[in-house]
Design a protein around this ligand. Structure first.
Ligand code: G3H
Ligand code: ZN
Length: 281
């Protein structure tokens, strides 16, 4: 069933686990995530990134994800990932999203607060959760690159949360979007300080490629939502390439996309178990 992100965030915080949030671009990706969540009896976020919206079209991706969420046997929230403007958030809420992120991380502290407050004022009465970002998460997502990561400051985070009344805060503690060159080093002491200073659900972005021990350490320190995109892309592409190489005569798209869907499903299931949300639906 389609539920508000508020519900998933609150249950995760109370239960001491993190809900998996996976980026969606087409039907097979959505089906892989929903089937995995149902088999693991897990709540889940489906989320549309800026690139996903550009690729599929907002109405298309919303309709697909909404249908999937409504039919699902587990609670599913539909989230806008890295929302860029008040107008985009409004469009997404109209299209049926039950969660939004407004990413004002490239703005000044005061401007980030201002845009986030405006979004909360609109979303909260609609029952839609709001995630915001403070600090700058590094790396590249959908051709949007952040060259210089800036870690989240715990004192600023406390003021930001107090003034904006957001449901969840995305933190910059050493993860980055995309493929890691070396092993990411997470600042767990900072994460704990942010958790103590804010006492709201925290979100870990750029979690593809983060070692399992680091995830297991981060969740009890307040991480309630974990975003994965790159690892799904890799599983999808590897499965398609395998069919192309082993059966070069194959021309039925379903024979390429079906195995890709299965491969992504296995990745999602493993993540749901790792994040602790399996069995929590
Ligand atoms: O917002 C989406 C993510 O943070 C995904 O990051 O592609 O590194 O898994 P990732
Ligand atoms: Zn992200």
């Amino acid at each position: 069933m389609l539920v508000s992100g508020k519900e998933l965030f609150q249950a995760a915080k109370q239960g001491g686990y993190a809900v998996g949030a996976f980026n969606v671009n087409n039907m097979e990706i959505i089906q892989a995530i929903i089937e995995a969540a149902e088999e693991e009896n897990s709540p889940v976020f489906l989320q549309a990134s800026q690139g996903g919206i550009k690729y599929a079209g907002l109405e298309y991706i919303a309709a697909l994800a909404k249908t999937a969420a409504e039919q699902a046997k587990v609670p599913v929230a539909l989230n806008l990932d890295h929302g860029t403007s008040f107008a985009q958030v409004a469009k997404c809420i109209r299209a049926g999203f039950s969660a939004v992120m407004i990413d004002g991380s490239q703005l000044s502290f005061e401007d980030n607060i201002a845009i986030t407050q405006k979004v909360v004022d609109m979303a909260a009465p609609c029952g839609v959760s709001v995630e915001a970002e403070l600090g700058k998460i590094g790396g590249t997502e959908d051709d949007i690159s952040v060259a210089e990561a800036v870690f989240t400051d715990p004192d600023e985070a406390a003021e930001f949360v107090e003034r904006t009344k957001i449901d969840a805060l995305a933190v910059a503690i050493g993860t980055a979007h995309g493929v890691y060159k070396g092993e990411p080093k997470l600042d767990f002491a900072r994460l704990e300080q942010i958790r103590n200073a804010t006492n709201i659900p925290l979100v870990l972005h750029g979690a593809s490629g983060v070692p399992e021990e680091a995830i297991r350490k981060a969740v009890p320190l307040g991480i309630c939502k974990i975003n994965i995109d790159t690892e799904l892309r890799q599983a999808f592409t590897k499965a398609v390439q395998e069919v192309v190489h082993t059966k070069p005569q194959e021309f039925d798209p379903r024979k390429l996309l079906g195995p890709a869907r299965e491969a992504m499903k296995e990745v999602v299931k493993a993540k749901l178990r790792l994040f602790g949300c399996a069995g929590r639906a």
